[in-house]
Design a protein around this ligand. Structure first.
Ligand code: 5GP
Ligand code: ZN
Length: 118
């Protein structure tokens, strides 16, 4: 588990202080390949600002969340998986399976998903 600030691995990735394969970055959002991919395409989309989870999301983050979805769509197109389809997952809290406590969206595709959910 990772907490805020210097020790947060995703903060480090967004600041280019930790090695990762970044596919997209702007002022607000970074997208990079998951280190342990579960499918041919497995990309994480994060806000550059540290937000612990969906639970900490605020009214003023609406535009940020919209940008995360648009980046996901753009990367799905780049990866050539947009027509076949893909899955977006946001694990939240321990029961949701969240292990890195910096909000992130999983973009997973390139194969048929085995489970509808769970
Ligand atoms: P969660 O379980 O919190 O929804 O997902 C965390 C994801 O982050 C996992 O899929 C894990 O493989 C990925 N991950 C953890 N540490 C790193 C890292 O240092 N670099 C990258 N690229 N991915 C990471
Ligand atoms: Zn962070």
């Amino acid at each position: 588990m990772y907490k805020m600030g210097d020790s947060c691995i995703f903060c480090k990735i967004s600041r280019n202080e930790s090695k990762s394969t970044i596919l997209y970055q702007d002022e607000h959002v970074t997208a990079f390949r998951d280190i342990h991919p579960v499918a041919p395409t497995h990309v994480l989309i994060i806000p550059n600002r540290h937000i612990e989870s969906l639970n900490e999301l605020m009214e003023e983050d609406k535009t940020l969340v919209g940008q995360m979805f648009l980046v996901a769509r753009q990367i799905a197109e780049q990866e050539g998986i947009h027509e076949g389809g893909y899955r977006i997952i946001v694990n939240t809290g321990p029961n949701g399976g969240q292990t890195v406590f910096h909000l992130h969206m999983h973009l997973i595709g390139g194969q048929r998903m085995r489970h509808a959910i769970g």
